[in-house]
Design a binder for this molecule. Sequence first.
Ligand code: G6P
Ligand code: ZN
Length: 574
Amino acid sequence: MESNTISVTTVQTTPYTDQKAGTSGLRKKVSVFKQENYLENFVQSIFDSLKDDEVHTKSLVLSGDGRYYNDIAIQKIAKMAAARGFGKVVIGQNGLLSTPAVSAVIRQLNKEVEGSCTGGIVLTASHNPGGENNDFGIKFNSSNGGPALENLTDAFFSRSKEISEYKYAELPEINLTEIHQENPVQVEGYEHEFIAEVISSTDIYVSLLKSLFDFDSIKALMARSDFNFAYDGMSGVAGPYARTIFEEELGVPAENLYGCDPSPDFEGGHPDPNLTYAENLVKVMGVTIKGANVATDTTPDFGAAADGDADRNMVLGKGFFITPSDSLAIITANHGAISYMKDITGVARSMPTSGAVDIVAKELGIDVYETPTGWKFFGNLLDADKIVICGEESFGTGSNHIREKDGIWAVLAWLSIIAHKNSETTEGNLVSAEQIVRDHWKKFGRNYYSRYDYENLETETADKIFETLESKMEQFRNEEEGNVADIFEYTDSVDGSSSKNQGWRFMYKDGSRFIFRKSGTGSSGATIRIYLESYNKDNTELETAEALKNLSEKALEYCEINEISGREGPTVIT
Ligand code: G6P
Ligand code: ZN
């Protein structure tokens, strides 16, 4: 061994049995990740599941949303990556990259040198709270920039059950605070060099977005006296991107940006952009937790919030909540306002997302795909150019520019649409976001939509609820002519893979439906989601709760959730 060679240490370990990834990576309490070799076992399982030629000399993007344990995990994983034979790790400054930025960086590296980047490890538990007593997470994204598909995550899990050792290189600590390249090193056992590079967290992502949207027209909108914009980064990783894009590029006053300093525990908050948890923005925008309008003259005209890793978005008009399902439909209907999306082949939504976008797709004469919950299911459709826009009810919207949902992209899409609709209006006569939504409903009809979350149920309770549902499917089918009850299954039209048990569906002939799903993103207990949807072509001005009253009663009656769980109602309603 040459004197400047970094040695590799092999550590004996025993498997953990619970390293099965959920909807989006492995998410557990920090205390779980801190167990002896827990993180190392999982990371080594990922690395072992990749072939040598996918790893040796290749780059790995490695960063996270800045939550507690982010920096410690980065140092550990970089050492393991060097020992596995990677040629390079690419890390965002201060260990920060949003989930969409990771996707953008992976794709950019592969655009520069085809096949150079194997993928990335994203350290995030997304919208779950962070801090020492809360959640941490590890997610692997593949070379297309998208979350690993099930065959790969299954391989990680299998490997984790039989792992007996892991390896790390005795690298010096990487300086995460400065944009630079560490000195290349020779790692024992390899002929190539290993290098750690710290890049700007924002540059690649911001340039990408600037290439997609007409920043000048958005800037002109921002400059209007009758338009005021507010953004809440919820103390997650969206902050640095929001400052660069909204403040520096588009001229939004700094005081309109809230929660834009990433904090390891999200300042004690729950970084999930919905009416319950995005408390601050909801108040700023003059909306109540139930979505009612309490705006005043000084309320901003448009606002948005992101989750911890900045892939989710909630958009609000002045005193007006826009559901994610409507947002997807409206972006699709107005795709022509955004030049790179002028021609669209198709769109996709997750199954529980409302059918509002289907109605638009029909009108536009484009294809629409219904996938299981989880962004990864859009990957193949995007790669095959079957779709351009996709979205989910869970506050995720995105397009073919990357392979993750993208919180800031969604805001820019909306701002582009508002700018477009106002290209000829005079100041004082702004066509508002609310007006755009109401006009949309008038044209296409309205899919009234709501989601009830019963969080943190005992696993046995949840199982019992699903058993009850299954036992009552026949009763539902017999209740009315045309009723359908089933368990959603999906076959990917690109690779033929299939996914079962993706939601218990009760659907009426007129398209109204209630659906039950077990959340795949929790870190403890079980969360049941109930999705309610009812379409009305003509009457689009009802209160959501009123429009869904009967359906909601039916749904609760069918699943007996309150009776079985002893709860009085949902933890969160959106
Ligand atoms: C993550 C994924 C989304 C998915 C959501 C579902 O955020 O990135 O694609 O829609 O989880 O969460 P759930 O808790 O309903 O499984
Ligand atoms: Zn997220």
